[in-house]
Design a binder for this molecule. Structure first.
Ligand code: PEP
Ligand code: MG
Length: 601
């Protein structure tokens, strides 16, 4: 199915629920990526969307694509409905009423039936069929005498816009041509959307949905974009071009700030910049504690262009390269050559420092459209066909990645990391796939490192942590992923703002699992690194060192702050405090013990 023509269609804008411009409207949410951004709003739900128009060859396939977009739209609206219940009573009622109408429409209305009919009879692609059907319905509504009924066209427009967005994945193209410093406002911002945000253009973002440690958050931190998620009621109050302040430190969003408010935030932003510049002077200072314990500080990379930042802050390697970026915002899978070139550039760019490349970890909140047919909807995506499970099921995915990694290993130190491992048999199956790829490459006389790259595993489920002693026998190193470890241990979705208060890496259960993993690695004599977001928070540095970690990997912007913390620490003191902490049963007490200890230095 190839695009034959492209038509630029205006998706009619959604009117704001606010009737007049009100100044200094303040909203609170989860401040997930530090920094302050001030700029004009770009509301993702509005604006021009390129609607491709073409004749389809396989009608059934197109109907299935439309059905998938409609189901996904229903899911989105249902999520928003839950979210609306946290608003004030009147606003909740109004929004609920609206969303209920949208749900009914998506479940089967003239719009949906009309689109299906057009796909069948005109063989029109789904997004063009939605546009055509919307035009016809709008025309019919405009002739109605009853003004109440005529006004209902707005609902049809909103539902159509949602369907078109989900069909075209319009978020993909939404961030070019924006005014510099624009603040993206949306219901939901996916990791793939974030991957398209150029920090030279986008100032920051705020959304209604999203949790404290989902991948959108992680990418925002890596890109240094201030972000506030989980802000109820925001989207309907913002119009394109409204001035917005996003304070990612305190989790505040201000719509149409007064001059005095802007001046206040500008002063705070300047203070944050000054502090960042001071920290950058630590670049070439080794990360050594007061009592001479050398700590390895590496960076996590989401996107290749963060490499420059990793070098700028003096990272001693890439502790986690999330290979998902290769699969985002595209409909086809990346080839072995394409992946090889991407890995090679990073390996060479790190100039002798090791680069740890993780095999694909999609599923759960990380969706890659290019994998469309391989991932079917699941009731519990975080427990479903995610990460290594998908790679082991679709062997081609795994073998292509392994081949690209093995080839890149000839250009510098590369280590291979496997996500979501739970059992030794999974590692064994990867090892078998790797042996097969090595044989193929050897036959073709392709260069690889000698010895071959080390093969490590993420410890990010309670099962893996508890079985770490036996898993250590089957791999070369551990990397502890506290983002998922916290989620799975506490059964609290890292991407759901409604349970963000339950998502607590200081919970004794999480700390015990970290300790068990560190000790298992140590007894087996294999290196243990920690690459979850905890590693990048200087508040946790003393605790992690006290638990025995000597190797941390984090988003580049966090590295200087963590290094500064290490320079002021004594390892013996940190170990003693960690021992006290491990005796506690309450995470509130643990937090106080950490804060008191941090305040001493
Ligand atoms: C983790 O789970 O801690 C981790 C580093 O992996 P990701 O955040 O990519 O799931
Ligand atoms: Mg993980």
């Amino acid at each position: 199915m190839k695009t034959k023509t492209k038509r630029e269609a205006r998706i009619p804008s959604v009117p704001s629920l606010a009737l007049s411009v009100r100044e200094d409207l303040k909203y609170s949410g989860l401040g997930v990526s530090a920094g302050i951004a001030i700029g004009p709003a770009h509301v993702m739900e509005q604006g021009l969307i390129d609607v491709p128009e073409y004749i389809v060859t396989d009608v059934e396939e197109e109907l299935a694509r439309f059905d998938k977009a409609a189901k996904f739209s229903i899911k989105q609206v249902e999520k928003l409905r839950v979210k609306a219940s946290t608003l004030s009573e009147a606003a909740a009622e109004e929004l609920n009423y609206l969303l209920e109408a949208h749900l009914q429409m998506l479940a089967g209305s003239r719009l949906v039936r009309g689109v299906e009919k057009r796909i069948r009879s005109e063989k029109l692609n789904a997004e063009a069929a939605v546009q055509a059907e919307l035009s016809e319905i709008a025309h019919a509504f405009s002739e109605m005498e009853d003004s109440y009924l005529a006004s209902k066209i707005q609902d049809v427009r909103e539902v159509s816009a949602r369907l078109v967005r989900n069909l075209t994945k319009a978020g993909y193209q939404a961030f070019s041509g924006l005014a510099p410093g624009s603040i993206i406002i949306a219901e939901e911002i996916t990791p793939a959307d974030t991957a398209l945000m150029d920090p030279n253009i986008v100032g920051g973002f705020a959304s209604a949905l999203g949790g404290a440690e989902d991948h959108t958050t992680i990418m925002a931190r890596s890109l240094g974009l201030p972000a506030v998620l989980g802000v109820s009621g925001l989207v309907n109050q913002v119009r394109p071009g409204d001035m917005i302040v996003v304070d990612g430190v305190r989790g505040t969003v201000v719509v149409n700030p007064t001059e005095a408010t802007i001046a206040r935030f500008e002063r705070r932003r300047e203070a944050l910049f000054r502090r960042q510049r001071q920290l950058e002077r630590l670049r070439s200072v080794p990360a050594t504690t007061r009592d001479d314990m050398r700590i390895l500080l590496q960076c996590n990379l989401e996107l290749p262009y963060e490499l420059a930042l990793a070098r700028q802050v003096g990272a001693e390697g890439v502790g986690l390269l999330r290979s998902e970026f290769l699969y985002m915002n595209r409909d086809t899978l990346p080839s072995e050559d394409e992946q090889f070139v991407a890995f090679k550039e990073i390996v060479e760019g790190m100039e002798g420092h090791p680069v740890t490349v993780r095999t694909l970890d999609v599923g759960s909140d990380k969706l890659a459209y290019s994998l469309g047919e391989h991932i079917s909807p699941s009731t519990n995506p975080a427990l479903g066909l995610r990460a290594i499970r998908l790679s082991l099921k679709v062997r081609k995915l795994l073998e292509t990645q392994l081949a690209a990694m093995l080839r890149a290993s000839a250009h510098g130190e590369l280590r291979i990391l496997l996500p979501m491992i739970n059992s030794a048999s999974e590692i064994k199956r990867v090892q078998e796939a790797m042996d097969k790829v090595v044989r193929r490459l050897t036959r073709k006389r392709v260069a690889m490192s000698n010895p071959l790259p080390k093969l490590g595993i993420m410890i990010e489920t309670p099962g893996a942590a508890l079985a770490a002693d036996s898993l250590a026998k089957s791999c070369d190193y551990f990397s502890i992923g506290t983002n998922d470890l916290t989620m799975y241990t506490l059964a609290a979705d890292r991407g759901d703002e409604q349970v963000a208060h339950l998502y607590d890496p200081l919970h004794p259960a999480v700390l015990r699992l970290i300790k068990i993993s560190v000790e298992a690695g140590r007894s087996a004599g294999i290196p243990v690194n920690l690459c979850g977001e905890m590693a990048g928070d200087p508040r946790f540095t003393a605790l992690l060192l006290g638990l025995g970690l000597r190797d941390l990997s984090m988003a580049a912007p966090n590295l200087p702050r963590v290094k500064q913390r290490i320079l002021g620490l004594g390892i013996n003191d940190a170990e003693k405090r960690a021992e006290q902490i491990m005796e506690q049963t309450d995470s509130g007490v643990i937090a106080t013990l950490i804060d008191d200890f941090n305040a001493l230095d």
